[in-house]
Each structure stands twice: as C-alpha cells, then as structure tokens.
Design a protein around this ligand. Structure first.
Ligand SMILES: Nc1ncnc2c1ncn2[C@@H]1O[C@H](COP(=O)(O)OP(=O)(O)O)[C@@H](O)[C@H]1O
Ligand SMILES: [Mg+2]
Length: 303
C-alpha cells in the first residue's frame, strides 16, 4: 500500500532523552555522527525485524497495563513497522486505547494506570528514567476521536507546538507545509487568521493532524479519528492516512473493520481482556486469519 524501499537516514533519534541525562552517556562520541540510539539498535540487532523492507519503529515486549486491579493489556508483544499504517481492532473495552496511550505515555496522566514490560521506540524503552515524556510526545504525536482544536486561529493552532518550543524560524512556511500534508491548505489558506472552531468537524480533525505534524513527529497515533465524522469527511481522513504513511508511521485504533481493511498494511486484533490474539498483514487477517476467534470477530459473530 505504501512504498517498499524505505531507508532511514535521520540521525536525531535520541531526542526523547531528557537533556540532563543525555550528557551522561559514557560512550565515546561517534565520528560518523550517528546517534547513540540508532547505533545501539544496529549493534543489538534485535530491532532489525522487517515487514517487507520496513524497519521496526515501535515494539511492545510483554506489555501489561492495569488500572488499579483491572488488567487492560495482557502480556502483549508486537513490533510496528516504519512508514506503514498499523490498525488496532477489537471490541469495545478490549484495551485498544490503553495500548495506544502506552506508546507515548499518555497513560502517565491516569493515576490508576500501571505498566509492566517494555515499550521500545527505536530500541529505547520509553519507560526508562531518562526519557522525557514531553519530548517523546513530540516524536510520537496523537490525534483523538473528537477533534480538539484550541480556541485560537487556524494558524495559531498549527504553530502552537513550535512556539512553545521557541522554534519559530520559517514559521509561515512550516505552518503551510503541515497544512498541506494534512490536506487542508487549499481549504483554509485564505482564512488562516479565522477561528479553528468555525471549521467543520472533518476540517478540525485535519487541523489536529496538521498540529501534530508541525513539530516533526516520526509516529502519529490515532484513536478512532474518524468515528465522529460523516462519511465524506471520513473518506478524506482515510485518504489522508494512507498518504501520511509515506512520511510517518501511523498507528490507528478503529472499531470499523472495513476501515482497517481499507487503509492499513498490518492489523492487530485485540479481544476481551486486553489479549492480542493475532497480528499479521491486513489481507491475511481479513481473508485468512489463523485464529477461529479472529474469524468469528471479523465475520461479525460477536463484538
Ligand atoms: N482511565 C481509566 N480508568 C480505569 N479503567 C479504565 C480507564 N480507561 C480504560 N479503562 C478500562 O480498561 C479496559 C480497556 O479500555 P480501553 O483501553 O478504553 O478499551 P478500548 O479502547 O478497546 O475500548 C476497560 O475495561 C476499561 O473500562
Ligand atoms: Mg477506545
């Protein structure tokens, strides 16, 4: 569905580590300029698994998530490939949102939530003490079910993340680029100073995607991003998600199985109790799943 010759030459992969800890590395500097994080991935070789030729960007290992005594994710291990769309599907309450939030540590904001196991981003456990969750969330952005633009202008919404980082060089150009990548520019270029709240629901959702893109993430997490939208707006978001995968790694939660079948390259099926039952190429999951439970779910016998 997306291109297969993905190469990776970015070198800023260690930026999720908080600055005070980043300087404490005992390693000698590498004259190649490669970050220590990407070197550790290559050296360990454990993240070299590929889907087609795509590299693993995110990997859960024996991940368990609890809310007080309730287990929401049950010993999940899975590797998510770069520049692909990975869909998480399954019935309501099976832990899809919880899994998604564990990737960029949004569960940190829920007092009752407790995590065991590892969640690796480019080979680095995001739960390590030296990881700065705010920096992580810039690299691993999130878009929610209900569009949540700030009560500000269209321009100010997209510029927001860059301004709070004090990173305002070429701001106009970067706002324009983000809006173009979110397939919104043509619709809003003459009204950038108008309130984002006057946009339609579908436009607001694309604006939220532009806002996430503006700070140059590698991964975009989406939790049912189209479920509050009408069919035309939904179709635009679906087209956009497929385009985004050329630049970004997309992980999308959806309870709409047709949507997962249409737009994703890989599909993970969660079932009740937060168990990952099957994870494979989307075509295999929908046409020839291994598990009877998955087949029953896909064919609508429950869920
Ligand atoms: N903030 C929370 N506090 C307590 N329990 C929660 C919270 N969020 C989710 N849960 C519970 O965790 C389980 C998984 O929920 P969730 O991840 O929202 O599933 P899904 O997104 O698949 O519908 C459910 O039993 C749900 O009630
Ligand atoms: Mg959910």
């Amino acid at each position: 569905m997306t291109q297969d010759n993905v190469t990776d030459d970015r070198t800023d992969r260690s930026t999720i580590v908080s600055p005070e800890d980043a300087g404490n590395e005992s390693e000698t500097p590498d004259p190649s300029g490669e970050s220590s994080l990407s070197r550790s991935i290559a050296a360990e070789g454990r993240d070299g698994e590929r889907v087609g030729t795509a590299q693993t960007v995110l990997e859960a290992r024996d991940l368990n998530v609890y809310y007080d005594d309730v287990q929401a994710i049950d010993d999940v291990s899975l590797a998510i490939p770069e520049n692909r769309v990975t869909a998480l599907i399954g019935p309501s309450g099976c832990g899809k949102s919880t899994f998604l939030r564990s990737i960029n540590r949004m569960n940190d904001l829920i007092d009752a939530a407790r995590i065991e196991g590892e969640l690796l981003f480019r080979g680095k456990n995001v739960y390590d003490d030296d990881v700065d969750p705010v920096a992580l969330r810039r690299k691993v952005g999130m878009v929610f079910q209900h569009p949540n633009p700030f009560p500000k202008s269209i321009y100010d919404n997209v510029a927001y993340g860059l301004r709070i980082q004090d990173d305002t060089e070429n701001l106009d150009e970067r706002v324009e680029t983000a809006l173009k990548r979110a397939a919104l520019w043509d619709e809003v270029k003459d009204q950038l100073d108008e309130s984002a709240l006057d946009l339609s629901g579908g436009q607001q959702q694309r604006l939220c995607i532009a806002r996430a893109i503006a700070v140059d993430p590698e991964v975009i997490l989406m939790d049912e991003p189209a479920s509050a939208l009408d069919p035309i707006a939904t179709s635009k978001i679906e087209d956009l998600i497929e385009e985004l995968a050329e630049e970004y790694t997309v992980v999308i939660v959806t309870h709409n199985m047709q949507q997962a079948a249409r737009i994703s390259d890989r599909t993970a099926v969660f079932l009740t109790g937060g168990e990952l039952v099957e994870y494979d190429d989307t075509e295999t999951i929908f046409e020839n799943p291994e598990s009877q439970r998955v087949e029953d779910y896909i064919t609508g016998k429950f869920g």
